[in-house]
Design a protein around this ligand. Sequence first.
Ligand code: CP3
Length: 358
Amino acid sequence: VALPPEHPLNDGRTSGSALIRAYRGERPEVTPVWFMRQAGRSLPEYRRLREGVPMLDSCLDPAMASEITLQPVRRHGVDAAILFSDIVIPLRLAGVGVEIVPGRGPVIARPVRTAEDVAALAELTLEPAALEPIAEAVRLTIDELGSTPLIGFAGAPFTLAAYLVEGGPSKDHLAARSMMLGDPETWEALMAWTARITGTFLRAQLIAGASAGQLFDSWAGSLSLDDYTTSAAPASAAALDVVRDLGAPLVHFGVGTGDLLEAMRDAGADVVGVDWRTRLDDASRRLGPTVPVQGNLDSALLAAPAAVIERGVRDVLRRGQAAPAHVFNLGHGVPPETDPDVLTGIVELVHRSGAEPR
Ligand code: CP3
C-alpha cells in the first residue's frame, strides 16, 4: 500500500482486521459492524463534551474530535471508528462561509448561484497545511485504537455542490439541478473544484492514518440515473482518484440511490453502501460477484421492540450472505434519539451470529 511504512495498513495493526478483510472481499469469521453517525447525539457522553461548542469548532479541535470518535468504539465495541468531522469541513477550511445550524444542517453564508459565483469559488484553494487539525485528530485517534481501523470520509461532490448552490438543506435540490441542466459548463467547474477539495480532505485523513475511506452522497437520490451518470458520477470518480494511489479500500454510499448502485460502483468504489430501501441480496446481484456491500438496517427499526429489531438484523445478515463480503451497518445514520443500549445489543447480535457459510 502506497502509504507511509508506519501507517496502520502497513505496520500490521489493521490490515488483518475484520473490517479491512471484508472491504477487500473476504469473509472474516465474524461480520464486522459499525454505524453511520455512531458518534453524536445518541451518546450522553457526546452531549456533555459538546455543550457550548459549535459543531464545526468541535471538529477543528483535535483532542475533542478524537475523543468523540473514540466514544462509540469504547461503548459499543464496533469494528471501526469513523472520524468525527463533517462533510463541510473542507469548505470551511478553503474559506467558504459555512455553519452547521443545530436541527437543520449546513448553511452557506453566500449561496453559489451564478457563473461569477463559481469563478470566485474556484479561486479558493485548500492547502494540505490547512488540514493539520484533521490530521492531528486522526493521529491522536489511531494511537488509541490499536487494531481497530479508523474510517476517513468525505462528502461526494454532488451533495456538497447541492449545499453550496441551495445555501442549505433542501428537499428536491431544485436550484442545484437547474444549474446542472441549464448551465452545464458552470456546473462542471463547480463540480471539479468540489471534487478537488473534498478529495484533498479524504487524502489528509488516509495519509495521517485512516485505514479506509467512505464517500457520502446523501443527496444523489434526487438525480435520475442519466443525470447522475452524466453530471455527478464523473466528479465522484475525480474525488476518488485523488486518493486511489494510496491503496486503502474505498466505500461509496448514497441515500435513495437504489437505481444508481452500478454507476456508483463504476465511479471507482471498492465497496458499495446500500440504504434501507434496497435489499442487500438484490443489490449484490446487480453489483456482481466481486463487490462487497455495506448496510442496511432501517434506522427506524432502532425504536422498535427488541424482537422486531432482532428479526430485522437477522434478515440483513441473511441477505448479506449473497454478497462476496458484507459489512453490517444501518441504511443511513443513527437518529439522535436512539437508545445507545440498542446499538450495543445489535453489535453483540451481529458478532454472535458470525459469518455462516455461503
Ligand atoms: O458518522 C459519524 O459518526 C461520523 C461523523 C459525521 C458527521 N457528519 C458528524 C455530525 C459524518 C460522517 C457526517 C457526514 C455528513 N454531514 C453528511 C453525510 C452523511 C449523512 O448523514 O447523510 C451530511 C449530509 C452532513 C451535513 C450535516 N452535518 C447535517 C445534515 C447535520 C445534522 C444537523 C442537525 O442538527 O440535525 C450535520 C451536523 C452533524 N454532523 C452532527 C454530527 C454528529 C450533529 C451535530 C450536533 O451534535 O448538533
